[in-house]
Write a protein that binds this ligand. Structure first.
Ligand code: ADP
Ligand code: MG
Ligand code: ZN
Length: 489
């Protein structure tokens, strides 16, 4: 029997075995068969039994392998979309190999490649889905959760890694074992002094002006040259490279004002409404700043070259306004949004389909004047047609959790109208239909420790959700917050 046949047979056997153990839906079965087909090496080691994650950039599978000591162990196999840029893939892997395996950061066991197919093998960590547990966590669970998330962030930030996609689905949590693991470095970027060599290389990749100036005018100084690249061996020629974050460029001219539609249902301009990019000398300065028109220079810069990643509801204000200088503080903001969910019992908290809606939702909580002020500090002009008051985070969380009555009038009536489950109509960050039925009785809340939440936690929340990245608390400082006084780290 030749190798191909052996592989085919063992693939078939693996699928059969998997199917007999627990029912695998047909389409998952097809996907597993496909994975064995594109990476035949896998079948010699793993029995793939299920698909556990499916995203835009990858599919994650559950697999079992026999170890040299004859024990069986479970692994997560992350199959990256074959169109990812090789440096992107290598950088994700390097984040895991250099920073992973400790401090609540997922480690990596191995990596397989055949042609443009790459699978990252990680130890499997059983975990709960955040949305299923967010309402049932005790205050003590929440305190531990956020402490461990901060530990992971401190660790990766030490290496100069900006994760850029901090959200509950990327922070695995096993409630029973109180285990935590930060995953998914697929969007990570390096700080200017990052210790992750390949993240430096990502910053050097010059694909930035592409969308703004058109392919032909691009002066590709540092472009990716297959063959000369350190990671050339990893992949064959990339087909697309849209996964590479745009290069950060400094701009001499002022930013385009970000106009906030107050009607949250309002959608972003459609493709045809969007200003068409034209080639403009990037060194030109403009004088449309703070006027209510946008000049041609700014129109050509509409898509200001700044890294944009992550999920709108977790993006920091400086990301939403496309500030070109983004640092590790963006992860701290996202941690703040997670804490806001944990304290209010609402997930997702900000439900935004695009960046403008997300910014509006932030203003609803943190205040429009405050947001405008903060944006000024990073060179962005935000325009808002109506003033939105800053809310008290403690009152907000207690009310949303059901510890405080909506009738005590401490939240603005406008906010009530859109967030109070009893008021019917729901808007930003309020999955209320579900929420209403899951409201706990006061006895239950008491048992879970929600009746004696220390003010410290709202102080930390306020420092994480600092609109200004320059003053936002960092992970080391956050871990020293009085909230964690008794915790050993
Ligand atoms: P993507 O880039 O597609 O979001 P992730 O790395 O975030 O990929 O993985 C997607 C999902 O797969 C995660 O949300 C998690 O549920 C699951 N997953 C990823 N890695 C592991 C792991 N090591 N153990 C268990 N589950 C994992
Ligand atoms: Mg993910
Ligand atoms: Zn202008």
């Amino acid at each position: 029997m030749d190798t191909a046949q052996t592989v085919q047979r063992s693939t078939q056997q693996s699928v059969e075995k998997g199917r007999s153990q627990h029912k695998i839906p047909r389409d998952v079965e097809t996907d597993i068969a496909y994975l064995y087909e594109v990476l035949p090496q896998l079948s010699q080691i793993f029995r793939i039994t299920d698909k556990i994650g499916e995203g835009t950039f990858s599919s994650v599978y559950l697999a079992e392998a026999q170890m040299t000591d004859r024990s069986r162990r479970m692994f997560a196999l992350k199959h990256l979309i074959p169109t990812s840029h090789p440096v992107r893939i290598a950088a994700e892997l390097q984040c895991l190999t250099v920073a992973g395996g400790k401090e609540n950061v997922m480690g990596v066991t191995y990596c397989f490649r055949k042609e443009h197919h790459v699978v990252i093998v990680m130890p499997y960590m059983e975990h709960q889905t955040f949305v299923d547990i967010v309402g049932s966590l005790s205050f003590e669970d929440v305190r531990h959760y956020i402490f461990h998330l901060l530990k992971a962030l401190r660790h990766i930030h030490k290496f100069g890694i900006i994760h850029r996609d901090i959200k509950p689905t990327n922070f695995l949590f096993n409630r029973q074992k109180r285990e935590y693991a930060l995953v998914d470095f697929g969007l990570a970027q390096g700080t200017p002094d990052t210790q992750i060599e390949l993240l430096k290389e990502l910053l050097g990749l010059d694909n930035a002006p592409r969308s703004v100036f058109g392919e032909k005018n691009v002066n590709r100084t540092n472009s990716h040259k297959p063959g000369t690249d350190k990671v050339e061996g990893l992949l064959s020629k990339p087909k697309r490279d849209e996964l590479i974050p745009r290069k950060i460029v400094s701009t001499k001219h002022r930013s385009v004002p970000v106009r906030i539609p107050l009607n949250q249902k309002q959608k972003a301009p459609t493709e045809t409404q969007k200003p068409k990019p034209t080639a403009v000398n990037p060194s030109l300065t403009c004088n449309c700043y703070m006027t209510d028109r946008i000049c041609n220079i700014c129109l050509s810069r509409k898509q200001q070259v700044a890294p944009r990643a992550g999920t709108p509801g977790f993006r920091a204000p400086e990301v939403l306004t496309k500030c070109p200088n983004q640092g590790t503080a963006i992860d701290m903001w996202s941690a703040g949004v997670i804490l806001l969910s944990l304290l209010s019992g609402r997930y997702p908290f900000f439900k935004a389909s695009d960046d403008l809606i997300a910014l509006t939702q932030i203003m609803t909580i943190r205040g429009s004047r405050e947001t405008i002020e903060a944006a000024k500090t990073f060179g962005k002009s935000v325009v808002c047609s109506r003033e939105l008051p800053r809310l008290d985070l403690k009152i907000l969380c207690e009310t949303l959790r059901g510890l405080r009555s909506w009738d005590d009038g401490l939240l603005p009536t406008e906010f009530q109208a859109s967030h109070n489950p009893a008021e019917g109509k729901q808007d930003a960050g309020s999955p209320a239909k579900k929420h209403k039925s899951s409201l706990k009785s006061s006895a239950e809340l008491q048992e879970m420790g929600w009746d004696k939440v220390p003010d410290d936690v709202y102080d930390l929340l306020d420092k994480l959700l600092d609109l200004n990245p320059a003053t936002r608390i960092n992970a080391s400082m956050a871990l020293q917050h009085p909230l964690f006084r008794d915790m050993t780290d």
